[in-house]
Design a protein. Structure first.
Length: 427
């Protein structure tokens, strides 16, 4: 679902890919742009599948809602393998997910719901500033705000109230399909979660659940831009010490087991505070991260899409270990921290030339020529993504040098004639 050109080359790097044919089931634009209707998307997908002249061996996806929820819905109808819809929703509904996590671990921040229907919404009891406010469901950190006082809290609540329905309303259609536990009665999909801010090193644990067993196949570090909550890069493998990695694996296995995922990949995000030697769980994604596919390919020789495909086909999902060309790899987010229009966007031929001149890199441009950055969908609340730059190298320094060379080679020009916008800072 949502197959697009950026991931197709990596899907074709899956072992035995020659015996598999990938078909796009709805476009990414249909699935994520504007306010989606789950019922309409399901009907569209069923029309495509019913008209297909051949066997349907698997239905897969690596995007957030609504893809993550449509996959189990369609898999149940067409008899293909998938985890349950309930397990997916337990991950994606941030409040329900916290309730489930609390049953098996205390490695999470203080949290609570914000009553958006109140005359003057306020922070929930027991949740202190600084905190994060976010809808029960969002993706790419959309409508997620870090707030340090009541004034910032009120401003963030106003923004969330204005935009929460785009994803929250269709999410309620999904909740209506489930038998919800008493603690979720009346919660719905258009709710806001508040949780105390976490600090430290952000890290992602990727794995899969199959046959009642949870397997961890990789841990990655996520590094932010200085003085920002926006990602600068993901780096694989993690540089954290082994005792910390053991804690991360242990908590991950417990929460995935509690949620009841099976026959699916996942990515669990944490913060590790080295001063306190403490880990805190940020969120559970009921799918592997397509953002990490190139990195696993660089280091292990096979993209993490391999696990998704093998699970869906009922085959061994084990990922090879360290069979790639490079010792380390990264996905860099080239960002701009002010609104404006981008010019001199390189052509596909220009990008191929840069990739050929700098070994071990791949570049995906985000905006089109002349596009205003604020018009691009799915951006976070504080910056605009310009390009995703994947690098493989022998060391972290090698990765940095390749990224810098790519940014210079792109030669982008920004028109900042529009006043206002986000804080103007480019690192």
């Amino acid at each position: 679902m949502g197959l697009e050109q950026a991931n197709l080359p990596m899907l074709r790097e899956v072992p035995d890919a020659r015996s598999v044919r990938f078909h796009q089931l709805l476009s990414l634009e249909e699935l994520q742009v504007g306010e989606v209707s789950v019922d309409d998307l399901e009907k569209k997908a069923r029309r495509v599948l019913d008209a297909f002249d051949g066997d349907i061996d698997a239905i897969v996806g690596y995007w957030d809602f609504p893809v993550s929820t449509l996959v189990p819905i369609l898999s149940e109808r067409y008899g293909t393998r998938s985890t349950s819809l309930e397990s997916v929703v337990k991950c994606e509904h941030k409040y329900w997910s916290r309730l489930e996590q609390r049953k098996v671990t205390d490695r999470h921040p203080a949290f609570g719901m914000v009553d958006l229907t109140a005359d003057t919404p306020g922070p929930p009891e027991g949740v202190n500033f600084p905190m994060w406010l976010k809808p029960a469901l969002s993706y790419s950190s959309e409508l997620a705000f870090g707030v340090k006082d009541r004034a910032e809290f009120d401003a963030a609540v106003a923004d969330i109230k204005e935009g929460i329905a785009r994803v929250g309303r269709p999410f309620e259609d999904i909740l209506a399909r489930l038998d919800l536990p008493p603690e979720m009665a009346g919660v719905g999909g258009q709710v806001c979660l508040a949780e105390e801010a976490m600090s430290g090193i952000q890290v992602a644990v990727e794995g899969y659940a199959s046959g009642g067993e949870v397997t961890i196949y990789g841990v990655l570090d996520s590094i932010n831009y200085p003085d920002s909550s926006s990602f600068l890069r993901h780096q694989y493998p993690s540089t954290l010490p082994e005792p910390v990695l053991r804690q991360l694996r242990d908590v991950t296995k417990r929460v995935i087991g509690q949620i009841g995922m099976d026959g699916a990949t996942f990515s669990v995000e944490f913060f590790y505070d080295p001063q306190e030697d403490e880990i805190n769980l940020l969120e559970i994604n009921p799918r592997h991260s397509q953002s990490h596919a190139e990195m696993f390919h660089y280091v292990d020789g096979v993209p993490n899409h391999h696990c998704m495909v093998r699970l869906a086909l009922g085959e061994d999902p084990a990922l090879p270990y360290r069979g790639g060309t490079y010792a380390v790899a990264a996905k860099w987010y080239y960002r701009w921290f002010a609104d404006g229009a981008v010019h001199d966007v390189p052509t596909p031929e220009d990008i191929v030339r840069v990739e050929r001149e700098i070994p071990g890199v791949r570049i995906d441009m985000v905006p089109d020529e002349g596009q205003r950055l604020s018009a691009a969908p799915g951006q976070d609340s504080y910056s605009y993504e310009i390009a995703h730059i994947f690098t493989g190298g022998d060391s972290e320094q090698d990765l940095r040098e390749k990224f810098d060379r790519c940014v210079a080679a792109l030669g982008l020009v920004f028109d900042r004639t529009t006043p206002g916008g986000r804080q103007e800072k480019n690192a």
